[in-house]
Design a protein around this ligand. Structure first.
Ligand code: FE
Ligand code: FE
Ligand code: ZN
Length: 275
């Protein structure tokens, strides 16, 4: 399949251009990276020359959109105000930096309500996004579908739809569907893919679906666990994964592997999925 847009999560340690080079090494035309240390410490100063070199590489090699991932420890709907303020500050800074790499995606976990209840969680996350999303930004913010472990919000399509319904600048928001997370969240994409895609369309709208995290799962349907497995090595399996990447409603999207693999291993997975 030649039109498949696929890549993987890459380490940002050697900079932006190095990630582009790594992507090319494994025949990827998209990739994901953490905007900073996943635990959310201070980000390095942007090397504008390095960013520019990546932009040129992406253009020359016809890259699909790439995905920046917010530190996964940020919690925009924590019961603790300090935690919410920290999330807001980091995401504001991330989004301003993203403008040096315009028209890409910024993916975040919608948060954990830490006992406040799902409704409060949804409200707080939407409120925060309304404060930090600016009309002039070119970046689209993606809410990731979650597995529902602990007090996570966003494991039901309805919850994501509710957040989106509260966002003022709707053209700046979208969804990234993580196959491991929704499987662990109870959506049977192995046996009922069509039904789940049509439910997604009815509840969230397929126009809001911008990217896929393509992962197999170490756990079973509805386990609410979130442990990624390599492609074909988990309970989703290669056949179901093939149906996902070839599905006419999904096949145009960028697919990002977040499987427990190194660059070489990701290259092999990409080769397998392209064959
Ligand atoms: Fe994620
Ligand atoms: Fe993910
Ligand atoms: Zn995950």
């Amino acid at each position: 399949m030649n039109n498949l847009h696929i890549g993987c999560h890459l380490s940002s340690g050697k900079g932006f251009y190095a990630m582009g080079k790594d992507a090319l090494k494994i025949n990827a035309d998209t990739f994901q990276f953490f905007t900073r240390n996943p635990r959310g410490s201070k980000a390095k100063d942007l090397d504008l020359e390095d960013v520019k070199k990546l932009r040129i590489l992406m253009e020359e090699n016809h890259f699909s959109s790439i995905v920046a991932h917010a530190p996964y420890t940020l919690n925009p709907c924590s019961a603790t105000e300090k935690t919410r303020i920290f999330a807001s500050e980091i995401m504001t800074d991330d989004l301003s930096r993203m403008e040096y790499l315009p028209n890409q995606y910024y993916n975040l976990h919608p948060g954990s309500h830490t006992g406040q209840g799902i409704e409060t969680g949804i409200l707080e996350t939407a409120e925060m996004l309304n404060k930090i999303i600016k009309p002039e930004q070119t970046t689209i913010v993606l809410l990731e579908t979650m597995s529902g472990k602990g007090t996570e919000i966003g494991s039901h399509f309805e919850e994501l739809a509710e957040i989106i319904s509260k966002i003022k600048l709707k053209e700046k928001i979208g969804v990234c569907l993580d196959t491991c997370h929704i499987f662990d969240g109870g959506y049977d994409i192995v046996n009922h893919l069509d039904k789940i895609i049509s439910d997604f369309d009815k509840i969230i709208g397929l126009n809001n679906l911008k990217a896929i995290h393509l992962n197999d799962s170490m756990n079973t349907l509805g386990s609410h666990k979130d442990r990624h497995a390599c492609i074909g090595k988990g309970n989703i399996g290669i056949e179901a994964i093939k149906r996902i990447i070839h599905h006419p409603k999904l096949s145009h999207l960028p697919f990002i592997l977040e499987t427990p693999n190194d660059l070489k291993g990701h290259g092999k997975e990409i080769e397998l999925l392209k064959s």
